[in-house]
Each structure stands twice: as C-alpha cells, then as structure tokens.
Ligand binder design. Sequence first.
Ligand SMILES: *Cc1c(COP(=O)(O)O)cnc(C)c1O
Length: 362
Amino acid sequence: MTIDLRSDTVTKPSKGMLEAMFNAAVGDDVFGEDPTVIKLEKKIAKLFNKESALFCPSGTMTNQIAIKVQTQPGDELLCDATSHIYNYEGGGISFNSGVQAKLLCGKGGQISSQQILENINQNFDWLAHTSLVCVENTANRAGGSYYSLAQMQELSKTCNQNKLKLHLDGARIFNAIVEIPSLKKISKLKFNDQNNNTYNSQFELIAQEIGGCFNSISVCLSKGLGAPIGSLLLGNAEFINKARRVRKVFGGGMRQAGYLAAAGIYALDNNIKRLNEDHKRAKYLSNLITELSYVDSVLPVNTNIIIFNLNKKMKPDGFIQKLAKNNIKAVSFGKNAVRFVTHLDFTDDMLGKVEKSLKNIF
Ligand SMILES: *Cc1c(COP(=O)(O)O)cnc(C)c1O
C-alpha cells in the first residue's frame, strides 16, 4: 500500500462518483448544450449566491481568467508573496494578462486592508494602475491557514471603497468553510438569496456570506472534494459572459464535459462535510511531528496542510527518500521544509502507518 501525502490532488474517484459520471447526460458544452455542466454551474452559483458560474479544467485557468477579465495590460494587482497565482501558475499574470504583481508580505499568507491601502498606486502617468486584489483561502504555502469571515468582509469593504476588484483563489475554500466558526448572529436569521431560496444551514450561510465579499471566486473540485478534474469560476452574469469567451481563447472550451461535471456534483453532495476528518488527521499528525527529534518547527495546522521544518539532524531529500522506502510519498517545500496534505484517500489505517514510520525513521 502506498500512502500519498504529496497533495490532496492525488485522490481517485470513488465507485459512487464513477457511477455518477457513467450515468451523466451530456451535450456539447461549447454550444452551451451540456445539461450536467449547466446543472453544476447553477448549483455552485446558488451555493455562493452568485449569478453565474463557469466550469473549467483547472484552478490555474479559473484564476488566470479572473485576472484577464478584471485587468488591462499594464495594470498592477496586489497579492500575498506566497500566493499560488504568483508562484505556481507559470508566470501567467504577465504571460496572459500583461499585468504585474505587487507582492505584499502578509501574516500567515493573509493580507490586510491596511496593506492594501498602503499599496494602491496614485493616479500618475508613471505609475501602474492598481486594479485587482487577489487573496487565497485557505493559503497553501502558509500551511492551510484561513481568513475569517470578518477579515474577508473587511477586505471587501476596502476594495469597494477604492474601486478595486477582489478575487478569491478558493482552491480550498471548502476546507475554510467547514472550519470558520459558526455564525451565531446570522444563523438565527432566515436568509433569502436572489432566487428567493431560503437557506438555514450554517454551511450554506457562510458560503453565501463569502459570495457577497468577492467580485470573482475560483473553487476547486479536484482537491479536498475528490473529483478527478475541474474548477469553477463564479461571478455576476456579465463577468461570466466575458470569462466564457476568455476560457475559449485559453483553450478551455470542453465538449461533452458533463461526464466531468457529474463528478463535481457528486463531490459537492458527498464530500464537503467529511473534510473535518482530513483536518482531524492533519492535527493529529502535526502534534506527533512537533515531538520528533529531527523536527525544528511546524506551521500552525488549521485545515489539511502540514508544513514542517527539519533540523540539522535530517536533510529534506534524505527524509523524503526514507519515507519513500516506507511507501510514503511527500514533497519538500522550500529549504528545510516538508509538506504533508491529508485527503479523502488517506485513512486512519494509513495514519497509523505514517505515525510508526515517522517515529522509527531516525
Ligand atoms: C491547486 C491550487 C490552484 C489550482 O491548481 P490547478 O492544479 O491548476 O487546478 C490554485 N490555487 C491554489 C491555492 C491551489 O492550491
């Protein structure tokens, strides 16, 4: 048995998910005729109380489309220095949009309203036009930390007041949503969205509130939710119309994509509430790792990502090789750091095996 802790992208579709895919009704989605894609897009838009959504092959594509649609060449966007859009999307900000990034040094991957205000360029001919702010929730390089709802609302207010668009890279937004403390105040209210649907579950309320904070949101189906492929971009109808055009230009127009969208619908229906299990296992691992003689420090673990630094006794490459001999896969993550990510296909049984290996490795 191989235990794969490299990423939450390594999951394989379950039997139920495969059945849903197999049974999907499909059509040509470039012609707007795939009923399952349409169903998925409507479902996610409704969940976050947004007008529209767009199904794309990857989170990189949804982020890059959001940047393209909401900027002009020569603009500047603001994001945290550790952000995925800047570090792991192949230089796409400049390649696709002709935009430059001003990197902010946030706390634990999180930027503040104050930082945004301090970094908006004034309206001079010689300064780039600041047009977009991008935040990541949860923050990958920061060990899966998440913004609270109050923080997101504050950022939203700041961007609104300064005519900046605000994009959420929510590749792991569901990991954040299941952890965000319950909304005691608003949970008592009945909540009506624009389609007059009434929501009352905690989870849905938080998703609705998050939807209200951002101009555009990217969410991933193929990480914690366990679908084989797919991300969705959300926004108002005008934004999504433009985004659909850019998706085609980027080569992301898909035909009978309903087979993939069916996996996404299954993932939303079945795999959100169980994310807490991944978080519990991550917490258990972090407590264990903190005690190891060859570990220097562990970043705070709030969701499903554990990033830890090895001390002089152990080099990352050697450590990863030793793990590999125990059939455990992990990735090095910077100079002395290693990352583990828990996910749908990482069981308690595997957790036990990892514990044993970590304790015996040195
Ligand atoms: C994984 C990830 C993405 C998108 O990745 P794809 O592999 O292109 O789907 C975007 N943002 C963050 C924070 C991620 O972790």
